[in-house]
Write a protein that binds this ligand. Structure first.
Ligand code: SF4
Length: 357
């Protein structure tokens, strides 16, 4: 007899891994889907650090790939980055605690997963969501609303919390039994770690792995600063990358200065220097690369170069030469390095003082 198929939304976190394994153990053929949003923490770290993590110097391997290998299930990655980018600037259901549009995001993912479910002839969807774990998107009423709007009402099984929720199609059709599912709720992680042991899972992501960097507070502050200063309220994928790189200073309302913090960031700032920006790079001494974005004049460029010089190897020299490239032309300027601390009040960061270093 042909096995019943289900589609599991795999985030790369522990909960979705456990949910998929729980259903697989009941004899269901589980197919995973994962979404490329352009905002995934690992994807972005790979972009910044290359194939090596600067912190651990270990090869970064996608946690989704690890889940697929550990559970021995196929996982298809669906690219939703274009829709996602649009959604981030204007989410219908607003943001969560930072710039994370979790409700819109879940609607989008469920909708796409549903299409995939139909395509491969699967009977239901399953997620690793746990009731009450996240403030906004994992409350029962919100879950119902999300399902309705995604057109998947009644077909999403949440194996980790199913014992606390209304029966869905997987149960009513007899594909799974309630007593084989779980009653996990809240933010605690011990029940999940217990399940890891029961299931004999060896390689698993540590609990609390964030699924995307939009929940990062420092990122949110930079993002909202950019939106506030943009006439047209939209961002590009290049903006998304730049917002993750370097230190950001807003000395004047008209423009922003970004200064790389390491070699990888310097390379990326060069690569992602957009139209209308000036790229500022030391002519001789190796040091940080800077960008100015917005409306700026020669004086603003010189101030930016002085701060950049203050972070570089030539910070004790009387003057440092910089090449400034903008609008297809290049010129050399000489500036006196300044102590960047003098400009620390202009760093775009959140108020607790734990902003980007
Ligand atoms: S944290 Fe990011 S990826 Fe996760 S649900 Fe929210 S918006 Fe989506």
């Amino acid at each position: 007899m042909e096995k019943i198929k289900a589609v599991a939304l795999i985030s790369g976190g522990l909960d979705s891994m456990l949910a998929a394994e729980a259903v697989k153990r009941l004899g269901i053929e589980v197919h995973g889907v994962n979404f490329y949003t352009g905002f995934g923490s690992v994807d972005q770290r790979m972009r910044i650090d290359g194939e090596k993590s600067a912190a651990s110097n270990k090869k970064l391997e996608s946690s989704v790939r690890k889940t697929a290998i550990e559970l021995e299930i196929p996982v298809e990655t669906l690219d939703v980055s274009a829709e996602f980018l649009e959604m981030v600037t204007n989410p219908k259901h607003g943001y969560g605690s930072n710039v994370n549009p979790c409700i819109d995001c879940k609607i989008l993912m469920l909708r796409e997963a549903h299409k995939y479910m139909i395509k491969i002839g699967a009977k239901f969807l399953l997620t690793g969501e746990v009731v009450g774990q996240r403030p906004m998107s994992q409350h029962r009423n919100t879950m119902r609303h999300i399902e309705k709007e995604a057109g998947v009402a009644g077909i999403v099984l949440r194996p980790l919390s199913a014992g606390l929720l209304e029966a869905t199609l997987a149960e009513t059709e007899g594909y799974v039994k309630r007593e084989d599912l779980f009653t996990i709720s809240g933010r605690g992680r011990n029940p999940q770690l217990k399940l890891v042991g029961e299931f004999g899972i060896k390689n698993y992501p540590r609990p609390g792995n964030d699924c995307c960097f939009l929940i990062d507070q420092s990122y949110a502050v930079r993002f909202f600063d950019l939106m506030k200063h943009r006439q047209i309220k939209s961002v590009s994928m290049e903006d998304v990358v730049r917002l993750r790189l370097g230190r950001h200073f807003r000395i004047k309302e008209t423009h922003k200065i970004i200064i790389g913090r390491n070699e990888a960031e310097n390379d990326l700032l060069e690569k992602y220097a957009g139209e209308g920006m000036a790229l500022i790079k030391a002519a001789v001494e190796i040091g940080p690369v800077g960008l100015i974005e917005g409306v700026f004049d020669e004086n603003d460029t010189a101030v930016a170069a002085s701060i950049i010089a203050g972070y570089g190897k030539g910070k004790l020299l009387p003057v440092v030469e910089f090449n400034v490239s903008a609008g297809g032309s290049e010129k050399t300027i000489s500036v006196k390095p300044v102590d960047p601390q003098l400009y620390s009040q202009f760093i775009i960061q959140h108020h607790s003082g734990h902003g980007p270093k």
